[in-house]
Design a protein around this ligand. Structure first.
Ligand SMILES: *Cc1c(COP(=O)(O)O)cnc(C)c1O
Length: 388
């Protein structure tokens, strides 16, 4: 079967796909239909943080699938309540709203911002950042500070204003009586793997406290252990009012979640917001397993592997003059090139390593958090040969 032709015939052609049919995965590896093995340094875009087909997650899914899969949110299920308790204990006191994706989590945060604005007599304007990414629904793409995601869909649902990332002055000059909220990724992902500075995050919190603005952290990509802490904001000693999660939360199953302080969660009353599948028993059981695995000892190993990866990449930087910068946090690392990175993605894949290029010139590395140190070193060495 010519699967690329079949895909072109039957599936919307909305993605820039690599010519690779994946049929199987285990741990840090996936296999194509011919049996060729690839080391996966992309992890399904930081979804497969525990590697592929984690046995504990698989067991939890199949066990729950035999008990009860879906009930609608008009009834209680235990996994939903238990997971919410776990997420609150890991983040900050508050409550959890469940949905199915990152965009939906941000959409809920967007609606909370409107309620917040009305309650406190603020305007409707949201400050987001240049090179941010918050999703593809109309509201969230409106908050995404990259014109290419908006092009051809104008007018946007919302006229967001975009400040410069890591630049408090730029935020300060945009924060007016019209502003109600600030949306920020502690580590920008799609925008080129860019961590916020501590001073920046502290400054945002201060500004929001002064002006009574809602501070929303989008940790859809950088949360769930990716940076070596359970949540990226824990590197900064700064807490948000609203935290949005998705991607790795469900161990590969689609789930999104919003954690909000009680005062903010109370802005939604019964009937105000919902999602049919939001937090169904199976995805919540899978997520509970993910949260359990991300123990403090596990996260310590992620930090250590993050340092090894960063060192390995820094060596590549001293070898290849077209590498401008190595940046990132934990196992979310980017190699910033002075040229397009696409060809290196192809070369790496041919050599058996899956990586990604984002923002045209940034090679983004998101290996599974569970990978071994030999796998880590092997990935860096394949990358080195691809770069040569
Ligand atoms: C992927 C991503 C989203 C969107 O998540 P979806 O599940 O694709 O809707 C939002 N914010 C960030 C930071 C992301 O990386």
């Amino acid at each position: 079967m010519n699967w690329i032709a079949e895909d072109q015939k039957y599936v919307f052609q909305t993605y820039l796909k690599q010519p690779l049919l994946i049929v199987k995965g285990k741990g840090s590896h996936v296999w194509d239909e011919k049996g060729k093995k690839y080391l996966d340094f992309f992890s399904g875009l930081s979804v497969d943080n525990l590697g592929h087909c984690d046995p504990d997650v698989a067991r939890a899914i199949s066990d729950q699938a035999r008990k009860i899969v879906h009930t609608s949110n008009l009834y209680y299920t235990l996994p939903q309540i238990q997971l919410a308790k776990m997420l609150v204990e890991k983040s900050f006191p508050g409550k959890v709203f469940y949905c199915n994706s990152g965009a939906e989590a941000n959409e809920a945060a967007f609606k909370l911002s409107r309620r917040w604005a009305k309650k406190h007599g603020l305007g409707n304007e949201i400050i987001a950042f240049e090179n941010s990414f918050h999703g593809r629904t109309f509201a969230t793409v409106s908050l995404t500070g990259q014109p290419r995601y908006q092009r051809g869909f104008e007018p946007m649902a919302e006229k967001a204003v975009f400040a410069k990332f890591n630049d408090l002055e730029s935020v300060g000059s945009l924060a007016t009586e019209k502003t109600c909220a600030i949306f920020v990724e502690p580590v920008q992902g799609e925008g080129g793997v860019q961590p916020a500075t501590k001073q920046f995050m502290e400054g945002l919190r201060q500004l929001c406290d002064q002006k009574k603005l809602l501070l929303v952290f989008d940790e859809v990509q950088c949360g769930m252990g990716r940076t070596g802490n359970f949540f990226a904001f824990q590197h900064y000693g700064v807490k948000p009012d609203v935290l949005t999660l998705a991607k790795a939360l469900g161990g590969g199953l689609p789930i999104g979640a919003v954690v909000a302080r009680d005062e903010v969660a109370a802005l939604f009353e019964r009937g105000d917001h919902g999602a049919t599948f939001g937090g169904n028993a199976v995805v919540c059981r899978a997520a509970m397993e993910v949260v359990k695995i991300l123990s403090p000892a596990f996260l310590k190993s992620v930090k250590r592997k993050g340092e090894i990866l960063h060192q390995g990449l820094s060596k590549l930087k001293s070898k290849f003059p077209f590498i401008r910068e190595v940046r990132g946090l934990g196992l979310m690392q980017g190699l910033v090139l002075n040229r397009s990175g696409k060809i290196y993605v192809d070369k790496a894949r041919e050599a058996g390593l899956l990586i990604n290029c984002t923002h045209d010139t940034v090679l983004r590395l998101l290996p599974p958090l569970t990978l071994s140190e030999p796998e880590l070193r092997k990935g860096v060495s394949i990358l080195e040969s691809a770069l040569s």
